[in-house]
Design a protein around this ligand. Sequence first.
Ligand code: PEP
Ligand code: MG
Length: 364
Amino acid sequence: QPTLSGDFGTLMGWADRGRRMTVRTNAETPQDAKVAREFGAEGIGLCRTEHMFFEGDRILAVREMILAETEEGRRAALAKLLPMQRQDFTDLFEIMHGLPVTIRLLDPPLHEFLPKTDEELKDVATAMGADPELLRDRALSLEEFNPMLGHRGCRLLVSYPEIAEMQARAIFEAAVAAAKATGAPVVPEIMVPLVGLKGELDLVRSSIEAMAKAVIEETGAELTYQVGTMVELPRAALKAAEIAESAEFFSFGTNDLTQTTFGISRDDAASFLGTYQTKGILEQDPFVSLDPEGVGELIKIGVERGRSTRPDIKLGICGEHGGDPSSITFCESVDLDYVSCSPYRVPIARLAAAQAALRKASGN
Ligand code: PEP
Ligand code: MG
């Protein structure tokens, strides 16, 4: 286990006294959450639940869910995933011991879940008692030309609300269990991905609220929670005033926001962005260091418009930029409440957040 002791720990203590923004981590495994806490993370800013769906034989149930033709079929597959998700979240809540935890509902590019080999297709067909050839057709019909701009994020939750219902139930049941086990209150923050339209958020929010009500009735436990959204599409930033009516928090997803603002695929950029830098068209790779002018302008708009509707809206960033010092300086300049980054970047983020706050206070 890494620890921050000795002189390094002392330095970090000084940094913590100087900073204003809190530093959270992006984590979905107990191991990452533990490492991040050792490094001083003050919460989880992004738990990417789709990563949990690849483990062990879960992917089989996930494929059953995706390939099911009916809601009944999807619900049967989701029922297999519920206990596993409940345990995932209970573990995270217990490790974080009352610190805030933001759990993002499923956001896969759909193609990552589709069976890729004949063997995989056969396994799902056997599990579903279905004809492999019919399933192959169904899988082919779900293939997309541009999966990153396709049926992902909240779009999937709009098509199949039962996915959000299962995840919300798992989150709420885990919150009740973890609060009982640790004695620390758990206030889950449920985050809806890839929202561009307020109606998308409203629809998913209503499933979450209905599930909270059901779990409160069933367990008799008190349950407080927040619902928020990623701001990772230009439209979400522009419509932030309206979207904030339905969101207690925003987290800027600058990986997708950079991709959609530049219109540059985040998975293909490496092949030409180097040339842009050597030819002086771009100073830095915008997927590494936040582009303060284009993407930054959209963040400023999102912050201002979000706060105009809800002055106390909680604002953070959870794209890769959340662990990059120059991007953290930008986050301080627009008064975000927290940055969230991968576990091993937490110490850097703590230092960078302190430097940014001190520089801002001294007017530099
Ligand atoms: C983002 O888009 O910045 C983000 C954090 O989400 P993901 O990287 O999972 O798309
Ligand atoms: Mg994203």
